[in-house]
Design a protein. Structure first.
Lengths: 157, 258
């Protein structure tokens, strides 16, 4: 148990170990620890920033959505108004067209009525003439009463 | 001591045999080969393990080895930050080396007391004391190295005159100079002695108790050695921790300028 030269050997070993640890072991391990710490804190900061940005984006999106909704309702309103206008306008034109058609039809009817009247008159006059002819043929000489006959015929035509 | 061991037989002989180092040479220049060998092997183990971790160290996801090494590094670094407020690149690696090396020395205590000496005797080695911290040379070598660092930094930080002033004029002022000097010298010298003897005493006593338990009948041994070994896990860690923390504190004191 006595103190001897082992002491010196142990001191040398110890000094070597401490030197080695100081030079090759402590710095890289410690640096990697520090680097990881920095990485983690950076990551946390980035995450926080990202969250904030997300909040902002959400807010923005909400605003845009609201605006879009307003715009669309405006558009719908406009469209409805326009549709009403178109319906009104077409109603108007339809009415006018109908009236015009009625007028045209009426004119045609009138014309046809006139034609029918004309032909009827002609026929009636022809009938009347023939009847008068038949009645008068016995009594009236055609040649004798030529003037009278043509006068009547003219009046009837 | 070796001659005594030859003479004694039975229980005393067994105990003495176990606590006698393998020595070459005579007098002061004798060398305890077992202490030198085991402490060098354990130091190599420490260096190998941490070098491996240091080489593969990344700031990304750490592996198992790196994780363990980092745990120890952080633990030591926290201790240094707690009790040392100067700026010194030596302190933390020094503390790490002391903690790990002393722990590994002490850990040898947990090997069964007979197994390594038995292997040694098969190889023709008569004496083998496997726990380096049961050798005063090992503990004193470390504490004297620390003491040298204390003196070195005291002079470096405070200047030779500042350090001398501290030795002479504190704590009672210049009128009690001899008394101050005596008190301070005792205080300084007590540091390495207490460091070395505390570690040595704890481990020597622990080893002795393991040896005593080994002398008992085999059916009693587990009942005693199992709890003692578990208790010893605490002791070996605690002693390594105390040596490290006191070293940090002493060097911190050396850095404080009054």
């Amino acid at each position: 148990m006595s103190i001897n030269a082992t002491l010196i050997g142990q001191m040398i070993t110890f000094a070597l170990l401490v030197w080695f640890t100081m030079k090759y072991i402590w710095p890289p391990l410690f640096d990697s620890l520090e680097e990881r710490k920095k990485k983690i804190s950076d990551g946390l900061a980035a995450a926080e920033k990202g969250q904030e940005e997300m909040h902002l984006a959400e807010k923005k999106a909400k605003g845009v959505l609201k605006e879009a909704k307003e715009q669309s309702s405006e558009i719908v309103n406009l469209a409805q108004k326009r549709a009403n206008e178109i319906v009104e306008a077409s109603k108007d034109t339809a009415k006018k067209e109908g009236e015009r058609l009625i007028l045209v039809a009426k004119a045609q009817i009138e014309q046809e009525k006139q034609q029918a009247k004309e032909s009827l008159r002609k026929e009636v006059s022809a009938l009347a003439l023939r009847a008068a002819e038949q009645i008068l043929s016995a009594e009236i000489d055609k040649t004798k009463h030529q003037d009278l006959l043509s006068k009547i015929s003219n009046q009837l035509g | 001591m070796a001659t005594e061991a030859h003479a004694a037989e039975g229980a005393t002989g067994y105990i003495i045999h176990h606590l006698t180092p393998l020595t070459v040479g005579e007098g002061f220049w004798a060398l305890n080969l077992d202490t030198l060998f085991f402490s060098a092997v354990l130091g190599g183990l420490f260096v190998w393990f941490f070098k491996r971790a240091a080489e593969k160290a990344t700031a990304g996801v750490p592996g198992l080895v790196q994780n363990f090494a980092e745990m120890l590094i952080e633990f030591v670094d926290n201790q240094v930050k707690d009790s040392f407020h100067g700026k010194n690149e030596l302190i933390a690696p020094l503390a790490l080396t002391i903690f790990c090396w002393v722990f590994l020395w002490n850990f040898m205590d947990l090997f069964p007391v007979d197994i390594l000496p038995l292997i040694g005797s098969l190889m023709g080695i008569e004496y083998l004391r496997v726990v380096p911290s049961t050798d005063l040379n090992a503990t004193f070598a470390m504490s004297i190295s620390v003491f040298c660092l204390i003196i070195f930094y005291s002079i470096k930080i405070k200047g030779p005159w500042g350090f001398a002033k501290e030795l002479m004029f504190q704590p009672f002022g210049p009128w009690l100079l001899p008394f101050n000097l005596l008190l301070k010298l005792v205080e300084e010298i007590a540091k390495p002695i207490s460091l070395a003897l505390r570690l040595f005493g704890n481990l020597y006593a622990g080893e002795l108790i393991f040896i005593l338990i080994a002398l008992l009948p085999w059916y009693i041994q587990p009942v005693l050695s199992f709890p003692w070994a578990i208790f010893h896990i605490l002791i070996i860690t605690l002693q390594a921790f105390i040596f490290m923390v006191l070293t940090i504190v002493y060097l911190g004191m050396a850095h404080e300028d009054h």
